[in-house]
Ligand binder design. Sequence first.
Ligand SMILES: Nc1ncnc2c1ncn2[C@@H]1O[C@H](COP(=O)(O)OP(=O)(O)OP(=O)(O)O)[C@@H](O)[C@H]1O
Ligand SMILES: [Mg+2]
Length: 257
Amino acid sequence: MQILNIQNATVYRGPHKVLLDFSLCIEEGDNTAIVGPNGAGKSTLLKMLARELYPSGGKVEIFEKDRWNVWELRKRLGLISPDLQQNYAPAAKGVNVILSGFHSSVDIYDHQKFEVAQVETANRVSAELGIDHLREKPFSNMSTGEQRRHLLARALVNDPQALLLDEPTSGLDLPATFQYLETARELMKSGKTVILVTHHIHEIPPEVTNVVLMKDGMVVDQGPKKSVMTSKSLSSLFDVDVELVSANGYYQVMPAS
Ligand SMILES: Nc1ncnc2c1ncn2[C@@H]1O[C@H](COP(=O)(O)OP(=O)(O)OP(=O)(O)O)[C@@H](O)[C@H]1O
Ligand SMILES: [Mg+2]
């Protein structure tokens, strides 16, 4: 099954065209890293997929459908982004952040009903992600890493088919980074398709099979990780001479000597 099929989409933000005649296909199981300079349009792409932004032309099919009830779509396709984290309700308690996933809402409200099974699922995911002790803590009083795990839990209660992670480790310390990436790896191994935007080349997990290089609102290159990730392609992408080395399925990028 195709997770997404974008053909010739154009997206404006304000007066600026941010995605230009953009085309990209990702099949189920193609765990993909999207890499590109600041302003390339990576976050815009993820927002378009989650129907937070709409293209002004072209075709955007998600799970092989072009029309979606956005609330249903967002349950099948979990987006965790810096914007969501920044705009999430500061007063929401940990447990309610997780429960809010069932309604794709920000915090929960009196009129929303939760079944016993849903509360049990929220509790299970909370325990799995090690955030049970933060049930009563307001979102605004959590650390960046604690907030990030709650937003992941919020997405996971719906057992999504695919996850869109926008800079998932930004602001996390080393153990929190490793812990978050380990969770992402487990999700990929369990059959979820993960689409990851990152500036940290060394954090692209071995389970990521495909890479998309983006610049100026366009796909510059895409394909199997091994063929796309080269010193030459990254030097050209970032307009700086770099040397790429790989070990144990990971990559490291350094200034070219
Ligand atoms: N709310 C907005 N209004 C107007 N223009 C915006 C808005 N958000 C982003 N843009 C512009 O759209 C372009 C692409 O931004 P986007 O956030 O998609 O880039 P990105 O690849 O995610 O960059 P970064 O690596 O810095 O996160 C940039 O030129 C940016 O200035
Ligand atoms: Mg971004």
